[in-house]
Design a protein around this ligand. Structure first.
Ligand code: NAD
Ligand code: IPM
Ligand code: MN
Length: 355
């Protein structure tokens, strides 16, 4: 049975890291034969600048109905200073396909990769569930008297009962399913009364999971504690903007954005997979970007598509690379993007043959 994968490589380092994820996928195909058919979609800054088109509505619809998975590199280009193409394509997928769960795990592979003194892999194994369809990202608001001294810029933060409840439920259900004992929720209810909604829902839903400890923090203290006592966090659930910030912070605690995978989900629908990092324009075209985040993202996808052993072998290949000192400069290595991708591809073939 074939599976259909849509690939939007996007901008900057996006195509470079996606290329290596697909090198890894080719190795998985050779060994496990999952039959994943790749279709490349051209959307990104180049396409937008050439045609004026971000992503056609029919294509967005097709992404939701015709594919088993979507893999994205990154979107964002200095030639599009308003970032409108990235909003239409990336936030477009999240909003229009209603992918309300942004799952961003952060697990330390090797002690050497954390900037935190004395912390080990046992201290750093957490997952952020970021609400992905509401919050400050909804573009509700506008500007008035733009370009004058009286300019006003308003962005409303949207929190719906339904939206808060479904992400909080997802986080507790995930924690229960994965043997976790604590869920932490971060908000700013002391300054933003609307965030009381998060507290009430968290409490109500949490009471349905008596074996899971409920922990609430204000976002400022949360950011501090993530650095001070990362071992106290297992599962974090929070709103869209706070989740964006905390997931970059969590990534650097375990080696940086070059290692951080993510999945954008709505159970029962197509999932969109992407590394947490952006298009890093200053690294683009230099063969220096770390492809491991994209490759670990691929592993999450393989697992979801039922290619469990393939997923495990890919993950292990990345771990083996890190522990053998193989990698790009951001993780202390001396290799280029392509060489790392090729090493991991070879490892996947060998790792599975060794059994
Ligand atoms: P960024 O994630 O591109 O880069 C942040 C820092 O991390 C930079 O120092 C960069 O060099 C480093 N970095 C990122 N990925 C790396 C990798 N694979 N290997 C090694 N180092 C890596 O964030 P930014 O600079 O704030 O944004 C650049 C552009 O990307 C902007 O247009 C932004 O809007 C966009 N962006 C897109 C996404 C996405 O598509 N999901 C995510 C974040 C940012
Ligand atoms: C991310 C990115 C995006 C976000 C940007 C590019 C709009 O930072 O995926 O984390 O803020 O969600
Ligand atoms: Mn981000």
């Amino acid at each position: 049975m074939t599976k259909r994968l849509a690939v939007i490589a996007g901008d900057g380092i996006g195509p470079e890291v996606v290329r290596e994820a697909l090198v890894t996928l080719a190795a998985v195909e050779d060994v496990f034969h999952p039959g994943i058919q790749v279709e490349h979609l051209p959307y990104g800054a180049d396409h937008y600048l050439r045609t004026g088109e971000t992503i056609p509505a029919a294509e967005m619809q097709r992404l939701g109905s015709d594919f088993d998975a979507i893999l994205v590199g990154a979107l964002g280009d200095p030639r599009v200073p308003g970032n409108e193409h990235a909003r239409d394509i990336l936030l477009g997928m999240r909003f229009q396909l209603d992918l309300f769960v942004n799952e961003r795990p952060a697990r330390l592979i090797d002690e050497r990769l954390t900037p935190l003194k004395g912390k080990t892999p046992r201290d750093l194994d957490l997952i952020v569930f970021r609400e992905n369809t509401e919050g400050l990202y909804v573009s509700v608001g506008g500007t008035f008297k733009q370009g004058t001294p009286d300019e006003i810029a308003i962005a409303e933060e949207l929190n719906t009962r339904k939206g808060v409840e479904r992400i909080v439920r997802y986080a507790f259900a995930w924690a229960t399913g994965h043997g976790k004992t604590r869920v932490t929720m971060a908000d700013k209810a002391n300054a933003i009364p609307a965030h009381q909604l998060w507290r009430r829902v968290f409490d109500e839903v949490g009471r349905e999971h008596p074996n899971i400890q409920r922990d609430t923090r204000y976002i400022d203290a949360m950011a501090m504690d993530l650095v001070r006592t990362p071992e106290s966090f297992q599962v974090i659930v929070t709103g869209n903007l706070f989740g964006d910030i905390l997931s970059d912070l969590a990534s650097i605690l375990v080696g940086g954005l070059g290692l951080a995978p993510s999945a954008n989900r709505h159970p029962g629908r197509v999932t969109m997979y992407e590394p947490v990092h952006g298009s890093a324009p200053q690294l683009a075209g230099k063969d220096v970007a770390n492809p491991m985040a994209a490759i670990l993202t691929l592993a999450i996808m393989l697992d979801d598509l039922g290619v469990h052993e393939g997923a495990r072998v890919v993950e292990q290949a990345v771990y083996d690379a890190i522990t053998s000192g193989i990698g790009t400069a951001d993780v202390g290595g001396t290799m280029g993007t392509r060489a790392v991708g090729e090493w991991i591809g070879r490892r996947v073939r060998r790792g599975s043959a060794a059994k």
